[in-house]
Design a protein around this ligand. Structure first.
Ligand SMILES: Cc1cc2nc3c(=O)[nH]c(=O)nc-3n(C[C@H](O)[C@H](O)[C@H](O)COP(=O)(O)OP(=O)(O)OC[C@H]3O[C@@H](n4cnc5c(N)ncnc54)[C@H](O)[C@@H]3O)c2cc1C
Length: 403
């Protein structure tokens, strides 16, 4: 039997443990001591599973959930533990790109954001656990007359591209009481599409929902056990492996650091200012993120860059001044050269599919990715935007390569 821990179909012995490993600040979202649960894996070796998914980050788990909801048998295989990678952090902003220029990536993101409430409600119903979803919108300061003019333009474009499902409007900071970013012009933009999720709780809910629906999660393993189809959702490491296999550049990992503050801003909007996110969660904490680092020596260590980010957060949202920092975290985002998600068939391997490239929007697009991958893998229906394909990423990579 491989794997130090596995989750069985009934999920009886699954529990939250959050054990820290001093070497890499590793934490385990799940542990399982009940060895009899592992028997279900041995049974599955005889019966071929429909879909085996490698990687228990938000993409792998969301796809597993969607496939189970459609009646497929599913096994998730995770190298370390659920949520070990980029998904296991503090931020969870589910926020749109600006509504102009409009393209298929933004259309996909819009559909996914609009579908998020139903997706996470379903996860909650199947798991009995609250993933911490809340749609309270997003406030961003408008620093100049030029920014105000651009925001008015985006307002009109949101109406055109989002219809009446959400809007992008200008509001005065003075109307927002203390929960607002500092704004030199006194104006803010408020979009009503943005929402938030509690990343760690949402993964716990997904993992519970999967086991309740008779899916398996096997931790501490990298080899497959046997399936009709395979999906690789292995984050930045998966990008590196794929590059080696295809002999071409596809992307890389980009480090991000984030902090968790003790501050109650339940049901308040997210705040976004100049790359900084301040995200209220319903458990009385606020996530602050994130740094963007292309080169780094220590992938999961935090450092003074995070201290400066926290200082900027307090300058931007002064009511956070006395909030205690209760968590510091770093991880590596999977960034494709196209900056778009990478979804579709593996170009060399039969019945193998790829779900990667979530970069900074992995949580926001997870419901859409889950649906699109389940359509493709289970029903052979390909609704994935062309710009998310491996071919598109490879051709973008070739254009970016200096001669
Ligand atoms: C600091 C920070 C802040 C962020 N903030 C946001 C945000 O506010 N909103 C948002 O939408 N997104 C955000 N993101 C991005 C988002 O977290 C990622 O896009 C998303 O987590 C990617 O999910 P994933 O499942 O593809 O990868 P991961 O979560 O990295 O999961 C990949 C998993 O695969 C496993 N694995 C690797 N190799 C193998 C193998 N061979 N076999 C089996 N398993 C393997 C890993 O152990 C890992 O658990 C943030 C990221 C960071 C780092």
């Amino acid at each position: 039997m491989h794997g130090r821990a596995c989750l069985a179909a009934d999920g009886r012995a699954a529990k939250f443990s959050s054990i820290r490993n001093s070497a890499e600040a590793e934490y385990r979202l799940w542990s399982l001591e009940d060895s009899e649960n592992c028997a279900s894996n041995e049974r599955s070796e005889v019966l071929k599973t429909d879909v085996e998914i490698f990687g228990a980050g938000v993409l792998g788990l969301a796809i597993a959930f969607a496939c189970l909801r459609r009646g497929a048998s599913v096994r998730v295989i995770e190298k370390r533990s659920v949520g070990f990678g980029a998904s296991g952090g503090y931020i969870g902003a589910l926020a749109p790109h600006a509504p102009d220029p409009w393209n298929e990536k933004k259309r996909f993101q819009l559909d996914s954001l609009l579908g998020s409430a139903a997706f996470w409600k379903d996860v909650e119903n199947c798991s009995g656990k609250n993933p911490g979803y809340s749609r309270a919108g997003r406030l961003a300061p408008l620093a100049s007359e030029r920014a105000i003019k651009r925001a008015r333009h985006y307002s009109a474009k949101a109406l055109e591209n989002w219809g009446n499902r959400a809007n992008w409007k200008l509001v005065q900071a003075s109307d927002c009481e203390t929960w607002a970013p500092e704004s030199p012009t006194g104006w803010l933009v408020f979009d009503t599409l943005s929402a938030s999720i509690h990343p760690r709780r949402s993964l716990l809910a997904l993992a519970s929902a999967i086991t309740n629906l008779k899916g398996e999660i096997v931790e501490g393993r990298t080899e497959g056990i046997g399936s009709k189809s395979t999906i690789l959702a292995t984050g930045w490491e998966g990008l590196a492996t794929l590059e080696e296999e295809l002999g071409t550049s596809l992307g890389s990992g980009e480090k991000g650091q984030a902090a968790l503050l003790n501050f109650c801003a339940r049901k308040k909007p997210l705040i976004y200012a100049d790359g900084l996110y301040v995200v209220p969660h319903d458990d009385g904490t606020v996530g602050i993120g994130s740094t963007s680092e292309r080169s780094y020596a220590l992938p999961v260590a935090t450092d003074k860059r995070l201290d400066s980010l926290i200082r900027v957060a307090v300058q931007t949202v002064p009511c956070l001044k006395d909030a205690a920092v209760v968590g510091r975290w770093a991880s590596i985002r999977p960034r494709a050269n196209s900056r778009a998600p990478l979804l579709g068939r593996h170009p060399l391997r039969e019945s193998v599919y790829i779900a990667n490239g979530g970069f900074k929007i992995g949580y926001g697009i997870a419901p859409g990715v889950a649906r699109a991958m389940a359509d493709l893998v289970l029903d052979g229906i390909d609704r994935i935007p062309k710009s998310f394909s491996l071919e598109s990423c490879i051709s973008k990579s070739a254009r970016q390569t200096p001669r």
